[in-house]
Design a protein around this ligand. Structure first.
Ligand SMILES: [Zn+2]
Length: 634
């Protein structure tokens, strides 16, 4: 009797499997054929339903703007139509496009507008471009530019005399390709008041000639800032130029969505929107309108109008941005306890407390998402208090308010992020000891606080949804590369390649690679209220994804940021590194070539081997992250 029962059960089970198979087959035959199939890769989906360790995915099919299929390579065959382009990834990695939760493209545009030097490689070539640009723009009060590269000059960089020979009568400032140096002429040095008596600023260098006079190259932000601070505002044309160059870099780094965490005027959003209308916007933009602390609630109707102007398309602006404090190194971070080098001094908030609370409550009521810059633990607490007050007055809603930076967070306040649903937006590319640590952090905060800044893992462990962003170009070592912050999030070791510091900063706060990738993808999507549309590779979501040259999980941690983004796809559009004709095959009217036929067949067999290999590796070394951390000197 028992046995019969089992046979019956097995028969029922078999029937269920057969019918589910035929349903699958039916749904596949009705599926739109894909425009693009990427197969035989390492597809990391960031889909919580997929167990990556047990079930690595190899293929992805894109139809129109969306993902039609994710799975093994042989399964993707069903999606091939006559026009489908098929790419053999040969093991390369696919990830969701990076979602930058905090950067300043419009701020960076300020430095990247003007003459482009990208098409020259020699000093003569640069000078010709600069001279021509100056002649074409006779009314410009200063000449800006971007894109010269170091190999064209000696170790001390280009000289002011070279620039003076083509533009002697107005200031010229040209930012290097890497963003870390600026080439200026005599008028620019004069405008900034930089002379032979000016000392090198902290963290920066003023290159000098044999007589000690500034020679025309300024190294690092602190040395360049005195010139930048004197520059006039950009024209509309210059804003578009700058944005195009910034976003051109962003898509090369695999960024498919970027938050502009400081939009100061409508000219910027107009520029984004116009680029979108012209089909030239290759990175989705989420703008944040900056509030004036002097105007309080009075400015909200104007903000609502602006929000309505930019509420659709790739460039939208639905978030309000406020600044609560400054930075530790300027003694402007608002602390709970005094700075140790200034007894009794905790700094003061940018906003008056009551005006801030009323404004946050009114913004929340008007349906805004709010982001507040808070570096000190005093500022973080004031913001959490204000969010809590707004929730108590307006009722709980899906607000997803944010706090950017969170350099110091009182342990008491850690659990409040989760309780209040507040998102910490962290900058892992700051997580390391640098040459200014002792002089600024240690001297100002004392060891207890200085050694415990930026508690990313504690915030994650407390249950908060953490997103990340580079804050480009604001950091001391500016980088826009998400792989840089992913690396430092995992290692908390210095980012500048010339650093000789090998000690990780607060190593207990290192985060495993998978989690940091989530922070850079699906959590970023959550921050932008887009977690159902992007941030992971799932059927039905927008095809926002990247192909990189290596498997990040197999690369040594110190090489994570050496990985190169080969292709960036936004909503199914190959916006960077489009696959070339000789990299793709199409079925056309005929059949797949033998080589590709075999690939589909072979992959099914290789899938098993590949999976086994990966699992063996995991079994051998425990979690991959543990393996990695063992390599970090501590
Ligand atoms: Zn910022």
């Amino acid at each position: 009797m028992k046995k019969n029962y089992r046979i019956l059960l097995e028969a029922m089970l078999a029937l269920a499997i057969i019918s589910s198979l035929s349903i699958t087959a039916l749904s596949q035959s009705q599926t739109t054929k894909a425009d693009l199939i990427l197969l035989n890769g390492t597809v990391y989906t960031v889909d919580e339903k997929v167990n990556w360790d047990k079930q690595p995915q190899q293929a992805i099919a894109i139809a129109g703007k969306k993902i039609a299929y994710v799975g093994n390579s042989s399964g993707s065959k069903e999606y091939i139509g006559p026009k489908t382009r098929i790419v053999d990834l040969k093991g390369k990695m696919v990830l969701p496009g990076f979602i930058e939760a905090h950067m300043h493209p419009s701020g960076a545009a300020f430095l990247m507008a003007g003459v482009s030097l990208l098409n020259a490689t020699t000093s003569e070539g640069y000078l010709k471009l600069i001279k021509d640009y100056a002649l074409e723009n006779p009314n410009a009060s200063v000449i800006r530019g971007f894109g010269w590269n170091h190999p064209a000059f000696g170790p001390n960089g280009p000289t002011k005399e070279l620039l003076d020979s083509v533009v002697p009568d107005k200031p010229v400032i040209l930012v290097a390709l890497d963003g870390h140096s600026a080439w200026v002429n005599s008028k620019a040095l004069e405008m900034a008041g930089i002379t032979n008596k000016t000392l090198d600023p902290s963290g920066g260098t003023i290159e000098r000639d044999s007589k000690g006079n500034p020679s025309g190259t300024l190294r690092e932000k602190s040395a360049i800032d005195p010139v930048v601070s004197k520059l006039p505002p950009l024209s509309e044309v210059e804003i578009s130029q700058g944005l195009m160059r910034i976003l051109g870099m962003a898509k090369e780094f695999g960024i498919t969505t970027a938050t502009d965490s400081g939009v100061f005027d409508e000219k910027t959003m107009d520029a984004y929107s116009n680029l979108d209308k012209e089909g030239k916007l290759d990175v989705r933009i989420r703008g944040e309108q900056v509030l004036d602390p002097g105007l309080g609630v009075k400015q909200i109707p104007a903000l609502v109008a602006e929000r309505n102007n930019y509420s659709s398309g790739l460039a939208q602006m639905k978030t309000a941005k406020l600044f609560m404090d400054g930075v530790v190194e300027g003694h402007t971070a608002l602390l709970l306890e005094p700075y140790i080098d200034r007894p009794g001094f905790k700094s003061s908030p940018v906003w008056k407390a009551d005006v801030f609370n009323d404004t946050v409550t009114a913004l929340d009521k008007a349906g805004f998402q709010i982001e507040v810059h808070a570096v000190g633990d005093g500022a973080v607490r004031m913001v959490l208090d204000a969010y809590q007050r707004a929730m108590e007055k307006n009722g709980k809603r899906d607000s997803r308010h944010k706090i950017a930076h969170n350099v110091l967070v009182s342990p008491q306040d850690l659990p409040r992020f989760k309780t209040l649903g507040v998102i910490p937006v962290m900058q892992p590319n700051w997580f390391y000891y640098d040459s200014t640590f002792e002089k600024n952090n240690l001297a100002f905060l004392g060891p207890e606080r200085a050694e415990h800044m930026m508690p990313m893992k504690s915030l994650i462990d407390s249950g908060a949804i953490v997103a990340i962003g580079t804050d480009f170009p604001v950091s001391d070592y500016p980088t826009m590369n998400p792989l840089d912050e992913i690396k430092t999030g995992v290692t908390r070791l210095p980012l500048p390649p010339d650093s000789n510091i090998t000690k990780p900063y607060w190593p207990e706060e290192r985060v495993d690679l998978k989690t940091v990738i989530e922070c850079a993808t699906i959590n970023g999507a959550y921050v932008s209220f887009m977690e159902n549309e992007t941030g992971s590779l799932e059927v039905g979501k927008l095809a926002d994804l990247i192909v990189i040259d290596r498997d990040l999980f197999k690369a040594p941690v110190q090489d994570i940021n050496k990985a190169e983004v080969l292709t960036t796809i936004l909503e199914g559009r190959e916006v960077y590194g489009a696959f070339k004709e000789n990299e793709t095959v199409s079925l056309g009217a005929g059949k797949l070539s033998k080589a590709y036929e075999n690939l589909f067949k072979d992959v099914a067999k290789e899938d098993v081997e590949q999976t086994d290999g990966l699992l063996a590796e995991l079994d051998g070394g425990g979690a991959i992250f543990e393996n990695n951390t063992q390599k970090i000197p501590s």
